[in-house]
Design a protein around this ligand. Structure first.
Ligand code: AMP
Ligand code: GLY
Length: 436
């Protein structure tokens, strides 16, 4: 790595972006500026400067990049990618680590993704049908023999999918398709198994992978309740998770490689969400960015300088081989009471980065309101605590110690994430599916 100083502009203001900000902040040769639609006090504390602007407005972001003299940009969330923020930055001569809107369609257009996977023989594609009117999609669901997942074509913040035989009956799924106001649908085979995520850094046709993570989308303990943006996640001290075999991880990586080969010119993070089924990993979806919460598992154990990866991507140099600390992580989000259906914000957050650290954990702010007399919750996910330790069990204890520090007045946490009981259930589930 050379000693040239980079000026990095970070777009986005959630927990994921706080983790990116901290990783850039740890780089020896980088100055960080941040811009987002919200003000994240954790990001503001590490950045040289931060600005509140419409993060889906390409012109506003380019203006900001030019004003701060950015030499690199990282786009955290999907909405700016869909709006063409990476395209606009690239065109203005500021390399954006994040795909152009066309390539971000792997996330923003689920019908495109499935058709693209099928055309390019990407392994792990479930059977699917696409529809351009709700009535024919609903009739297809009603007459389907097996269970299905129904998905609106576009972005829904992770809350648009319904799975029959799991959350709803086929009749309920058909009603949902008819009533929810979307025209375009994907109806696909219901995948049964355990979900896991693998994220890769991609540029110039190369990819570098990171340890597998399991997110918890359902709102309540025991995987009950509505889907959320993600309530927490864990990773192990090795690349696979306790319910996976090494070859399952390798198969997921081959799927990511096949997609990168098919998508010439993709750059940024490629996030693969897999279902480990009795027949191996199948693709639930791809995202065109780091996961939130998953970035908070990956970046704290990434030993390689993040800015050196971004710089190599920009300069067309080989991407550095990544090294990760052999440590497990457990991330738990604190969300406002009533989230996601009826969230009540306005609670004062009784933990800060220093007190989390005393409890042995990292704190990442997400959607909070920094007022003169303290930091308050809003109606979205508030903050996350992350324990990093030699085992998942120890990392879970550290995350819980930090949650204790925060108190639970006005907040809700999934205490089961990363516990030995939940892990054992995942292991037993996979054994049962594999007939062991
Ligand atoms: P998505 O919005 O694509 O992330 O989907 C949200 C959640 O719906 C996923 O995390 C899965 O739990 C579930 N899901 C999506 N597609 C399928 C599928 N084909 N089979 C079973 N579950 C699915
Ligand atoms: N954790 C799921 C996502 O970021 O989409």
């Amino acid at each position: 790595m050379t000693d040239t100083e980079e000026t990095v502009l970070l777009v986005g203001g959630g927990g994921r972006e706080h983790a990116i900000a901290r990783a850039v902040g740890e780089s020896e040769n980088a100055t960080l500026y941040a811009c987002a639609s919200n003000r994240n006090p954790g990001i503001a504390a590490v950045a040289e400067g931060s600005e509140t602007l419409e993060e889906t407005d390409p012109e506003a972001v380019v203006d900001c990049a030019e004003r701060v003299g950015a030499t690199l940009a990282v786009v955290g969330p999907e909405a700016p990618l869909q709006a063409g923020v990476a395209d606009a930055l690239d065109e203005a001569g500021v390399y954006a680590f994040g795909p152009r809107a066309e390539e971000a369609r792997i996330e923003t257009d689920k019908a495109f993704l499935r058709e693209f996977m099928a055309e390019n023989d990407v392994p792990g594609t479930p059977t699917f049908e696409t529809f351009t009117d709700p009535e024919s999609a609903a009739e297809f669901v009603e007459s389907a023999e097996d269970d299905v997942a129904v998905k609106p074509r576009g972005l829904t913040g992770g809350k648009g999918v319904r799975v029959t035989g799991d959350q709803v009956t086929k009749a309920e799924a058909a009603d949902y398709v008819r009533e929810s106001g979307y025209d375009d649908w994907v109806v696909e085979e219901r995948l049964v198994g355990e979900e896991f995520t693998v994220q890769a850094f991609v540029a110039n046709g190369e990819l570098r992978v990171s340890p597998a993570i399991q997110d918890h989308k359902r709102a309540y303990e025991g995987d009950e309740g509505p889907n959320t943006g993600g309530m927490g996640s864990y990773s192990d001290a090795r690349f696979e998770l306790p319910f996976m075999r090494e070859e399952d991880y390798d198969e997921a990586v081959s799927i990511l490689e096949a997609l990168v080969d098919a998508l010439s010119g993709y750059k940024g993070i490629l996030y693969g969400q897999f279902m480990l089924t009795a027949d191996g990993p199948k693709v639930v979806e791809f995202n065109a960015r780091f996961g939130d919460p998953e970035a908070m598992n990956t970046l704290p154990v990434l030993e390689t300088d993040l800015v050196s990866v971004l710089r190599a991507a920009r300069d067309g140099d080989p991407l550095p081989e990544l090294t990760f600390e052999a440590r497990a992580t457990v991330c738990k989000y604190a969300v406002p009471a009533g989230y996601p259906t009826d969230p009540a914000g306005g609670t004062r957050v009784a933990i800060d980065e220093a007190s989390a650290e005393e409890a042995g954990a990292l704190l990442f702010y997400a959607s909070v309101d920094a007022r003169e007399d303290g930091i308050y919750t809003t109606t979205s996910r508030s903050f996350a605590v992350v324990g990093v330790a030699d085992s998942i069990r120890e990392a879970e204890e550290l995350a819980e110690a930090a949650i204790d520090e925060a108190g639970e007045e006005g907040l809700r946490v999934r205490h089961d994430i990363g516990t030995s009981e939940l892990l054992q259930r995942r292991i037993d589930h996979m054994r049962e599916l594999r007939g062991e």
